[in-house]
Design a protein around this ligand. Structure first.
Ligand code: GLU
Length: 327
């Protein structure tokens, strides 16, 4: 080797050592991933916290760290995952279906192809809470009232519109519709500035604890819809709001409604190895995970593979096959 070529080879080797790695050699660097959730008084936000807590216990081994962001909800999360602003997100099962099929909020943009399912989590109910003094006993009593249907970006906004439409209420003309964020709406209801609010959420949630703890008396309003509604929207199922979590509400029994599931999603660009590690940690620490929120009490590993319409991320699929949960 000539002196000149030795200097070149030596400098190259030194550059590689100093930079730590070239493309594809970044294994020694911790990879940060952000999970998009919802408002801080919902269940998505603590769910993001629960997932990161379990997975981050292995952060040194996996060289990966999850962080949680409070967001406007499902629709925002899908869009931010697609644009690369978020890596993971919690999304209602019905919105996941709409996004992958290019319907509703994604009608103009078309199918959101890179969106991948990881697992589903707790059930959520489309929950309608009204001030007792507003005299709202059923959905159609909302006519002429001042109602929070949810911020654009939330999952509940389209759920509220579907429910209202089913009883012949046009949300633009027949009610005074507000687009408040879920974390703000209970305070506004208690202040007397709105009559009712919709929120699609797991139970118990901080939002309804807060909304039922004020001086203005409130009650959950039953949402009873015919079979034709469920035939038109097959991703909705009958559900209840469990009243035991809210002893100060003006109801004595569980309140009928309809529901969806919270699901955990990501993008195909997120490496399979990292998604595999996320799934493995949640499923292998399943009992500890379930203890992190009362809304998870009914979860089984098998149930967490249902309610998904986007294709499974290859990293998730690999784990489910290894664990015998998928053929
Ligand atoms: N389901 C709500 C949404 O998609 C969020 C509920 C929550 O934050 O727990 O916007």
């Amino acid at each position: 080797m000539t002196k000149k070529s030795f200097v070149i080879v030596f400098s190259l080797a030194l550059a590689i050592i100093l930079c730590g790695a070239g493309p594809g050699m970044s294994a020694s660097k911790t990879q940060y991933y952000t999970i998009g959730t919802g408002g801080v008084t919902g269940v998505y936000y603590p769910t993001g916290g629960a997932i990161s807590r379990i997975v981050n216990a292995k952060k040194n081994e996996y060289k990966m760290r999850l962080t949680v962001e409070s967001t406007g909800g499902s629709v925002y999360n899908v869009n931010a995952i697609m644009s690369g602003d978020l890596d993971f997100g919690i999304v209602q099962s019905d919105r996941q279906y709409q996004a992958i099929s290019g319907l509703a909020e994604w009608k103009d943009k078309g199918p959101q192809k890179g969106l991948k399912a990881v697992f589903s989590i707790h059930p959520e109910s489309i929950t309608l809470l009204a001030a007792v003094d507003a005299g709202i006993k059923e959905l159609k009593d909302l006519k002429g009232k001042h109602v929070n249907i949810g911020n654009p970006g939330s999952g509940q906004r389209q759920n509220s519109i579907d429910a209202l439409t089913a009883v012949g209420i046009n949300f633009e003309n027949d009610i005074k519709a507000e687009g408040l964020k879920a974390a703000e709406a209970p305070g506004v209801l208690l202040d007397g500035r709105i009559d009712a609010l919709f929120y699609t959420v797991g139970h118990p949630s901080g939002a309804f604890k807060e909304a039922t703890a004020g001086t203005r008396k409130v009650q959950f309003v039953p949402i009873v819809l015919p079979d034709s509604f469920y035939a038109k929207f097959p991703y909705y199922a009958r559900s209840v709001v469990p009243i035991s979590f809210y002893p100060n509400a003006g109801n004595k029994e569980d309140v009928p409604s309809f529901g969806v599931k919270a699901t955990f999603v990501t993008h195909s660009r997120v490496p399979a190895e990292d998604v595999y590690h996320v799934v493995k940690e949640i499923f292998e620490n399943f009992e500890s995970f379930k203890k992190l929120h009362p809304a998870y009490s009914i979860l089984t590993k098998e149930s967490m593979l249902t309610g998904l319409s986007a294709p499974l991320h290859p990293g998730a699929e690999k784990y489910y096959k290894e664990a015998g949960l998928l053929k």
